[in-house]
Design a protein around this ligand. Structure first.
Ligand code: AP5
Length: 238
């Protein structure tokens, strides 16, 4: 049986942070469309050249392109036990395409993370990312100028090019226009849950595990809560 988790939420809601932890705890592959596209941009591949400007403007790449990428990723054997999707779907056509991709399999467990817009803008502007290993760091709690090196690998910490205030506000506008309608698309399903993402990272983690666990139990999937392996105090720092 597969644990197919979809994380929904606006930019800066904490999808990536929580998806990474959840995937690690449950030994599932984390599939982040943002990460896949950023890697392509960094490598200078044809795909990267195609999407760079779109991403820098905070706009969405085409449904056809991103659905093709996810379709290929979900065809790999490592998703047999499930996956954690971060950043996909982002439009109703993408949600419909995902339903078609998983048709006949275990249900999608869809979790929406809700965070007020102004907190999102604050978080995204404070995000730093390691140029080498991609680790995400929050600059809050100290002088952002001091957040220069990655604790994991020593790589340089930089802001994402789409994390300026102007671009974040554009991303939020697009979220409310194009992505928010998928909440209505999934909202009536018994496998949909909404959680408060404006809590501490550890509280959000607990809420996420609780939501997935509830849905999984109702769907006859294995116990989720009992499988969580990390200690409760392993936070991401905010
Ligand atoms: P993507 O990378 O998916 O960006 P996003 O959805 O805008 O999400 P973010 O990565 O900004 O935020 P997040 O929710 O993951 O938050 P995080 O955990 O990092 O996509 C980038 C671009 O790629 C798109 O704009 C588009 O162009 C393209 N794209 C990708 N997928 C696409 C698709 N399906 N269709 C079309 N185009 C697509 O947290 C943010 C910060 O807050 C961090 O600093 C973190 O440390 C901190 N933080 C996390 N949790 C908390 C907390 N609880 N309290 C305080 N701070 C916290």
């Amino acid at each position: 049986m597969a644990l197919n988790v979809v994380m929904l939420g606006p930019p800066g809601a904490g999808k990536g942070t929580q998806a990474e932890r959840f995937a690690r705890e449950y030994a599932l592959p984390k599939i982040s469309t943002g990460d896949i596209l950023r890697e392509a941009v960094q490598s200078g591949s044809e795909l990267g050249q195609q999407v760079k400007v779109v991403m820098e403007r905070g706009e969405l790449v085409s449904d056809a392109l991103i659905t093709g990428i996810v379709s290929e990723r979900l065809s790999r054997p490592d998703v047999a036990g499930g996956f954690v999707l971060d950043g996909f779907p982002r439009t109703v056509p993408q949600a419909e395409a995902l339903d078609a991709l998983v048709a006949g399999g275990d249900p999608l467990i869809v979790v929406e993370m809700k965070v007020p817009d102004e907190e999102l803008v604050r978080r995204v502007q404070g995000r730093r990312v390691c140029k080498v290993c991609g680790t995400n760091v929050s600059a809050f709690g100290g002088d952002p100028a001091n957040v220069q090196r990655c604790e994991k690998c020593g790589g340089e910490l930089v802001s994402r090019s789409d994390d300026t205030e102007a671009v974040v506000r554009e991303r939020l506008k697009i979220y409310w226009r194009d992505t928010r309608p998928i909440i209505a698309y999934y909202g009536g399903r018994p496998t949909f849950r909404s959680i408060d993402g404006a809590q501490t990272p550890e509280q959000v983690r607990q809420a996420l595990i609780g939501a997935v666990s509830e849905v999984a139990a109702a769907a006859g999937l294995p116990d989720v809560k009992g499988a969580a392996g990390l200690s409760a105090d392993e936070g991401v720092g905010a």
